[in-house]
Write a protein that binds this ligand. Sequence first.
Ligand code: CP
Length: 309
Amino acid sequence: MSQLSVQHLLGIKYLTKNDIELIFQTADHFKEVINRPIKKVPSLRDITIANLFFENSTRTKLSFELAEKRLSADIINFSASQSSVKKGETLIDTVNNILSMKVDIVVMRHPSVGAGVFLSQHVDAKIINAGDGTHEHPTQALLDSYSIREKLGTVKGKKVVIIGDILHSRVALSNIFALKLQGAEVKVCGPTTLIPKHIKSLGVEVETNLKKALEWCDVANVLRVQHERMDVSYFPSTREYTQLFGINKELLDSLEKKIVIMHPGPINRGVEITSDVADADQSIILNQVENGVAIRMSVIYLLAQQIKH
Ligand code: CP
């Protein structure tokens, strides 16, 4: 199989296990490319990509941009804060204006759940979801699983705990879909107020005791508390959250085995994770960022193969 089963990358829930394997195999090739002295291939010289970011981003935006440049695509960047969206233009009008400049692929981050799906039904371009509200962040989950595969040889059968604000996290949902599809065991851990009520229907177990969750797992994926998505207070204080759900070196050293530590970023050092844990040799946080470029090259390349000029 050398083609994705989907026309867009809107969420992990639309992918098959074979799609994920194809994305990883293609990323293996691109990872080798980006470690060469000349880190660029001419594959997408005939492709134009628009990066539309209606919400803040550091890693995802830079990573997509770099991936596109490494593939030799032409790119245009759009940031909502500096655009005519502020003057009342609709999403479809904004995107259609951009597409009239002959754009083939749109990478979009948007605060609304389903924005990517909506766009894919109304415009004639490949859509890649770079995060839609509290819903999905598919390339983050792909790079997370790819980093586990790189570190532990496989994702299948591994025990992964996702810790923190599960309720507001698109990273958590996409990771759950991706990990379950590949045969990992998944638990979530956090304050009960930040665990969605029906999470068990996704085949995930809930563990509210952090020490027990860490003793069980091979990999801990630590999430940030997303204060910007909270309209009410979900726990009494940040200090109490850190005491109950923060990962520190003492806690890690008390475990019988050395677990892998992951974090999608941005990190709130000293809140969900201490600096010595974030920078420890068992942390693969910067490997995740490095792998993000190869994964995004892979996704863009595979979708671009479906475009007929
Ligand atoms: N992990 C992630 O999505 O980071 P950014 O918000 O900086 O893109």
